[in-house]
Design a protein around this ligand. Structure first.
Ligand code: HEM
Length: 405
């Protein structure tokens, strides 16, 4: 049987990730030459071991000029500045060192009590209504509040910035021309205001820390700051939201697993969140560019070729995961690579994201009683980020209560 392969069309992602295509590619063409209507084409890498090999090898597979499949348009090169996500060691290492310590497991644990309060506040805002959009009203609130908190901004501004990232990520055909660029500029404008404010009134927050950071003996300039700001707001927003939305959609589709979770929520939550990460894989791909001629799984790749790692496919690789299409909330081991395959760009926010999602589910599942879908799930029209855009739900209205200890 052959399967039509199209990993660019948002239609392929309209019901979640295209697992049928991925399965075929892993079996028949694990390093597949994919055509690209507006570009030279790219190599789609779909097996777990190959994805990890590419992600680890920053010498042969570079993150410059970009990690998206389309090349950066002329004039959008930010005057020689590089965003951390789109840079290579050793410069990348120096950039990452400026904020690393705010994202360690210990730092994430320090934030847990505050994240728990935020989860409580988010659920309180919907609990009396008996219905809501789980993606917009619950899942999306958490990452926007947390990043605002980290950067030392008002929570409402976090929400506004997060809406800008949605516009930045949306497929071009779903919005007016120039909308994404407009959203980037609005984000930079806002970041400029933050610089002025934090210079006047420095705080114990990440924005102030970035302003004071030095790379190679120099302070970050305004463009560096803007790029860092955009990355931090952007990277943790719809990824975390989609994990919660996609994870809940999976729970609705697997009532036995949901009962298993409900029967021992605190005990099962850690492995459940890992399985949701594997299952949803909110980041569909990251691209690298070959720095020289190289071979990958026996396929010759030429210098300058685009090489694209498909995490959602790697996370269903039957060579690594037993019964990979089974949603198993107790799965161990579960060496998924939803946060990347462990190379230098491994997700900086991985520990924080886990705490956010664990706390939100711990608050939401018991309090939104008899939670069930109230309409069809609508998935994001994107070939880069996967998750539901809307997930209408109903539940037995409850009462606002004082926060968990
Ligand atoms: C479920 C939620 C999340 C998922 C699935 C996710 C996934 C990823 C992936 C796949 C990468 C690229 C890894 C690579 O190239 O090897 C990445 C990088 C990154 N993530 Fe996350 N992420 C999530 C949440 C967050 C959060 C909450 C933050 C911070 C607030 C964050 C900040 C970053 C940053 C800064 C990078 C770039 C790291 C670098 O270039 O060194 N992420 N993430």
């Amino acid at each position: 049987m052959t399967v039509a392969i199209d990993l660019l069309s948002p239609a392929s992602f309209a019901d979640g990730q295209p697992h049928e295509q991925f399965r075929w590619l892993r079996a028949n063409a694990p390093v597949y030459r994919h055509p690209e209507p507006d570009g030279p084409g790219f190599w789609a890498v779909t097996r777990y071991d190959d994805v990890r090999a590419v992600g680890h090898d920053d010498e042969r597979f570079s993150s410059v000029p970009t990690i998206m499949i389309p090349d950066i348009e002329e004039g959008l090169g930010f005057e020689g500045h590089q965003m951390m996500l789109m840079s290579d060691p050793p410069y990348h290492t120096r950039l990452r060192r400026t904020i690393n310590r705010e994202f360690t497991p210990r730092a994430a644990e320090r934030l847990r009590p505050r994240i728990r309060e935020l989860a409580h506040q988010i659920v309180d805002a919907v609990v009396e209504r008996g219905e809501c959009d789980l993606v917009v009203d619950v899942a999306g609130e958490m990452p926007s509040f947390v990043i605002a908190e980290l950067l030392g901004l008002p929570l409402d501004d976090g929400r506004r910035l997060y809406h800008l990232t949605e516009t930045i990520h949306a497929a071009p055909e779903t919005q007016p021309e120039g909308a994404a660029l407009g959203a980037v500029l609005e984000m930079f404008n806002y970041a400029h205001g933050v610089v002025e404010e934090k210079r006047r009134r420095p705080g114990a927050d990440l924005a102030t820390q970035l302003l004071e950071a030095e790379v190679d003996g120099h302070r970050l300039d305004d463009i560096d700051f803007n790029l860092f700001f955009l990355l931090l707001v952007d990277a943790g927003g719809d990824t975390t939201r989609n994990l919660v939305g996609g994870g809940m959609a999976a729970l609705f589709d697997h009532p036995d697993e949901r009962r298993r979770l409900d029967s021992d929520l605190a005990g099962r939550l850690p492995t459940a969140v890992e399985e949701m990460l594997r299952w949803v894989s909110p980041v569909i791909y990251m691209r690298r560019t070959a720095t020289g001629d190289v071979e990958l799984a026996g396929t010759p790749i030429a210098a300058g070729d685009k090489v694209v790692m498909y995490y959602g496919s790697a996370n269903r690789d039957e060579r690594v995961f037993a019964d990979p299409d089974r949603f198993d909330l107790g799965r161990t081991p579960n060496e998924h690579i939803a946060f990347g395959g462990g190379g230098p760009h491994f997700c900086l926010g991985a520990h924080l994201a886990r705490v956010e999602v664990q706390e939100l589910l711990a608050e939401m599942l018991p309090r939104l009683a008899e939670l069930e879908p109230a309409g069809p799930v609508e998935w994001l029209a994107s070939n880069f980020i996967s998750g539901p855009k809307h997930l209408p739900v109903r539940f037995t209205p409850g009462r606002r209560v004082s926060a968990r200890a």
